[in-house]
Design a protein around this ligand. Structure first.
Ligand SMILES: Cc1cc2nc3c(=O)[nH]c(=O)nc-3n(C[C@H](O)[C@H](O)[C@H](O)COP(=O)(O)O)c2cc1C
Length: 216
């Protein structure tokens, strides 16, 4: 099969975690001869080319990061320029994020299922996984380790043509962390992280506490 892949991150290819994930994913996907072409939404100059590729391809995979619990605005802007497909097109998604709990990606996932329908495509499922904040900061060996699991998902996608297998569903990992972990993370955010944010705010001239509520 041939797959049109669109990286929906607004971050340029060189720094995009989505791109690093796609590198590993396509490595696995192409092991048995599948092919792909890839475009980046971050390069606005290529939008006409991407639209043409969208019109000409029937197996479309959009990979995107979660930005503020939702779809990146730049990707939305691009999607709004597409015409619904007629025929037998399929649209699948890779949705990835910084925070690791699966539950925070479910709203985005539900939207993506609807989106495939809006664009006249059969829904090929969404591969959902968080915990990817640091990929772009890692050295090449650690980057390789962090993205390696996506190669297996590429093989699954190549085999099934979608993300509906149990293996792909289990890939998400924990839906919510166990309570002790949540308490620990909460404590860390209320202390060390808050202090860090406060320092940043002060360096930018902020004088009020971060939780200041002038209208309450
Ligand atoms: C503006 C912005 C908003 C973000 N919002 C979320 C969020 O709501 N939840 C989350 O888990 N990660 C969030 N992240 C983290 C990204 O989803 C994560 O770092 C992702 O791997 C970035 O992929 P990219 O480098 O391809 O853009 C956000 C990152 C940015 C820059």
């Amino acid at each position: 099969m041939h797959v049109l892949i669109i990286n929906g991150s607004p971050r340029i290819k060189k720094f995009s975690n989505t791109d690093m994930i796609l590198s590993k994913f396509t490595e696995g996907m192409c092991e048995n001869g599948d092919t792909f072409e890839q475009y980046e939404i971050s390069d606005k100059n290529s939008w006409d080319t991407i639209r043409k590729a969208y019109d000409e391809n029937d197996n479309i995979l959009i990979a995107l990061p979660l930005y503020v619990e939702c779809i990146p605005g730049l990707l939305m802007e691009f999607l709004e320029t597409l015409s619904p497909k007629t025929g037998n097109a399929k649209m699948s998604f890779i949705l990835q994020s910084g925070f690791a709990e699966g539950i925070q990606l479910r709203c985005g996932e539900a939207y993506l299922e609807k989106l495939a329908g809006y664009l006249g495509c059969e829904y090929g499922g969404t591969l959902v996984k968080g915990g990817n904040f640091e990929i772009r900061f890692l050295d090449s060996e650690k980057k390789n380790q962090a993205t390696q699991p996506y190669a297996e998902m590429g093989r699954e996608f190549s085999k099934n043509g979608n993300f509906n297998s149990e293996k792909c569903k289990a890939f998400t990992g924990p839906e919510v962390f166990p309570k002790p972990v949540r308490l620990l993370v909460g404590f860390f955010f209320k202390t060390a992280v808050k202090k860090g944010f406060m320092k940043d705010a002060e360096s930018m001239g902020g004088t009020r506490p971060l939780d200041y509520k002038p209208y309450s």
